[in-house]
Design a protein around this ligand. Structure first.
Ligand code: GLA
Length: 397
């Protein structure tokens, strides 16, 4: 099988379709796309049953595909210039690694739920950078969940697709993340942030007031979630909740601790569990306040909460690095900058900034210059509106 020319500046679905035609010498039946995300508020609270406020961005992955008669999955990735081929009935957690673990994990998760799967011939492309904290892995999971739903003629809601992606990530890939990324990629609406209750899975779409843009500034420091302290943070939160449950059996997770009760409970937590709990409890409250501010158009208030969230992620949750802190400090002085925080897991990756639309380019220039003066390299920057969640299109329809 041949490999493919660089996809240039084509849209992700066009690049996937062109790659499919080159490697299979025929057009695909379908293309689907699934976006990356930023998290405007609510860092590291999804796996504490908390509230989060993410939005999808217009950087995305796309899968061009045709259903197969058998249960094999063949995928060519343009970003890695690599093939993978496997039978969806033969998968066991960890049996496939690297980028291909995500399509494999999704097929495994669907098969585990007893869903009858038909395979795919597929090509995967995208303009969503990998490993920078914009959820490329969740986008790939949701993209393949959409493709397998189509090829296998399954009746699954967007929320169910997100849960399949989460199972793939937790139990096949081995990262103990929460559902925020997959759910945003599957369920987002253009122009909206999603207020998601990670305990009840209730969602509320909140319009982002007009005249604002999302600016992502990337440190260029790649983070590998499975090898980072991510799983450690989750374990620390569980330990904190267990200790507090010994005092009050109604505390099932840190979600059950109110800000009012926190200061009396903190003395029962040894370091660093006290700091972790302080972040999580404060952050869930900030999401509530931020959602209200957004609904009322109080964008300055919203921005202040973003800065407070970053501070708490740095000081109490200890998931920031100097380069992220620099980007947030610069954002505080940047023209049109309302708020900034690290997005995603931290430990590298990028910041999300809420910026007045007319000043987005000036803002990006200002932050880039300041960052380059310190670190010798400008940060990679992206400007986006809140994008729609995953969608499917029949080729030639
Ligand atoms: C990663 C995980 C998410 C969430 C964030 C932190 O992006 O995939 O589930 O925990 O980190 O908010």
């Amino acid at each position: 099988m041949s490999t493919v020319e660089s996809s240039g500046t084509r849209s992700a679905p066009d690049a996937a379709r062109a790659a499919f035609e080159q490697v299979y010498s025929r057009p695909p039946g379908w293309t689907c796309r699934a976006p990356g995300r930023v998290n405007l508020m609510g860092g590291h609270v999804d796996y504490n049953d908390g509230l989060v406020l993410p939005a999808a961005i217009d950087l995305e992955i796309a899968v061009a595909f045709t259903a197969r008669e058998d249960s094999r999955l063949r995928v060519y990735s343009t970003q890695f210039d690599e093939w993978v081929e496997f039978d969806t009935r033969d998968l066991t957690p960890g049996s496939i690694s690297g980028w291909a673990a995500y399509p494999a994990g999704v097929a495994w998760a669907m098969a585990q739920s007893g869903l009858p799967l038909r395979g795919l011939d597929a090509a995967l492309a995208g303009n969503l950078p990998i490993g920078v904290g914009l959820s490329s892995s969740a986008a790939v999971e949701v993209g393949f969940a959409v493709a397998l739903r189509r090829s296998s003629d399954l009746d699954l809601t967007a929320m169910e697709l997100a849960k399949v992606g989460l199972k793939a990530e937790n139990d096949y890939v081995g990262v103990r993340c929460g559902i925020m990324d997959q759910l945003t990629s599957a369920c987002a609406q253009a122009g909206h942030a999603i207020l998601l209750d990670c305990r009840s899975y209730e969602i509320k779409q909140i319009p982002i007031p007009p005249g604002l843009r999302l600016v992502m500034m990337c440190t260029g420091i790649q983070r590998e979630l499975s090898s980072s302290d991510f799983n450690t943070r989750r374990t620390e939160c569980e330990q904190a909740a267990q200790r507090l449950a010994a005092i009050d059996e109604d505390i099932r997770s840190l979600r059950d601790v109110t800000p009012e009760r926190l200061h009396t409970l903190l003395r029962h937590l040894p370091p660093p569990l006290d700091r972790r709990a302080r972040h999580v409890v404060g952050e869930i409250e900030r999401v509530r306040l931020a959602a209200q501010a957004l609904e009322q158009g109080e964008t300055e208030r919203f921005g202040e909460l973003m800065f407070a969230s970053h501070r708490s992620s740095r000081v109490d949750y200890q998931v920031s690095i100097d380069q992220l802190d620099t980007l947030v400090e610069l954002a505080q002085q940047g023209p049109g900058g309302l708020g900034a925080r690290l997005t995603g897991a931290g430990f590298g990756g990028c910041t999300v900034n809420l910026v007045g639309a007319s000043l987005a380019d000036d803002f990006r220039g200002f932050v880039s210059e300041g960052y380059e003066a310190l670190y010798g390299e400008p940060p990679q920057a992206f400007v986006s509106d809140a994008a729609p969640g995953a969608s499917l299109e029949k080729v030639g329809a």
